[in-house]
Design a protein around this ligand. Sequence first.
Ligand code: HEM
Length: 505
Amino acid sequence: MDLLLVEKTLIGLFLAIVIATVVSKLRGKKFKLPPGPIPVPIFGNWLQVGDDLNHRNLTDYAKKFGDILLLRMGQRNLVVVSSPDLAKEVLHTQGVEFGSRTRNVVFDIFTGKGQDMVFTVYGEHWRKMRRIMTVPFFTNKVVQQYRHGWEAEAAAVVEDVKKNPESATNGIVLRRRLQLMMYNNMYRIMFDKRFESEDDPLFVKLRALNGERSRLAQSFEYNYGDFIPILRPFLKGYLKICKEVKDKRLQLFKDYFVDERKKLASTKPMDNDGLKCAIDHILEAQQKGEINEDNVLYIVENINVAAIETTLWSIEWGIAELVNHPKIQKKLRAEIDTVLGVGVPITEPDTHKLPYLQAVIKETLRLRMAIPLLVPHMNLHDAKLGSYDIPAESKILVNAWWLANNPSHWKKPEEFRPERFLEEESKVEANGNDFRYLPFGVGRRSCPGIILALPILGITLGRLVQNFEMLPPPGQSKLDTTEKGGQFSLHILKHSTIVLKPRSV
Ligand code: HEM
């Protein structure tokens, strides 16, 4: 560790000249850069700021330097945006200028340098990929085609929990079972496939590789090599592991899912649109020559990371808040009982008739935003934001969590109070109609998965609350809601044990 530090410092010295040249070049251009801590040569602000650029630390910087600030992380410029007006500028008014994505050294590996959709720059490739993905994934038709499947998956969770005697006594780590449910919800859409149990060997392999991918990508431990290129050789081992995980994962998607589906399609030609699953549409686009085989695999990769864990984290946060706020849980149960009748299992169309359920979901996404900094945006060219110059290829982080938790804009934002969305904030939707509340972003690069995520959240939380009283485990009055942030993700640190007492109806 010490050796690494000495090496970092020594090599860093050589970089002084490079940085000095860059800085003088920028000055030569007479850039008016956003405020921020004073950088030192080579390292910029990295040594002051550290690695953990989570939404709370970035909020502290915003309080100090303002709604737009610049952090120089070695060679990388990082612009943090913390007001609704500036968020509107980045995501809407100048949505094209700021509509690209940055990738660091690790995301370059996992996305094949942007051959995917989520991490590619704004342009032809992105437009094509987003268009190709829309019909198979992001329409109301998809919701109507698969909602029965999601309802069945939620019912299976309820059954399994009821079968396990531990659930009502010492409690269980419900997340594990919900993870299987989320994989099934998405794999039904993608491949018309589901996994029978948490021990299914293919599911075990898939879950492990996806888990590794998320951990490696969201970790802060590779920052030094990303920020300071000359230190990159020290990242060789880390990047090699990333590459191995990436290769294994794409191979698994290909061998066990994509090729399986191709085989099935060749033996049983599908003449009816209704029988098509998402990959059939994507393969059709490949056959037409619109995209190549790698693009197909990267689409599968994107859905695996963008859809499953994000929704699962939100479900997990929702449950934790309901356990820690028993009155809210009771009120939600009462709403469902009154509107649907006791014992009538909630379905997707029902979720629209339950305003308190919607408010609970919105409040969960406000306080516990799964992607609190959105997925990083980037400007390909020099740009202006507020009254400042933003150098080309800056990483733009919109602190969406702070927009939704700033006491200047929200009444007691630290409280979990769904009522706010029925009272003073009753016009605020999750789709970005208010720039203070952007859990799915807004504009060109906003989350297309919102159309699936909201009903899945409603069905899952609804079914759990209908069937169980959810409580902390014996001897504990509250669940631990310590957060764990990553490069741009936020989830609960400890997957809690929860007691689920079946309701006697
Ligand atoms: C509660 C669950 C979810 C949350 C909170 C969430 C949130 C987000 C956010 C904040 C972004 C970035 C917006 C921006 O950069 O401006 C995003 C992008 C994206 N999300 Fe989601 N998401 C969720 C579920 C899903 C699901 C279920 C899918 C797919 C089925 C999905 C697919 C995507 C894709 C493909 C992008 C990239 C869009 C682009 O770059 O053009 N998400 N999501």
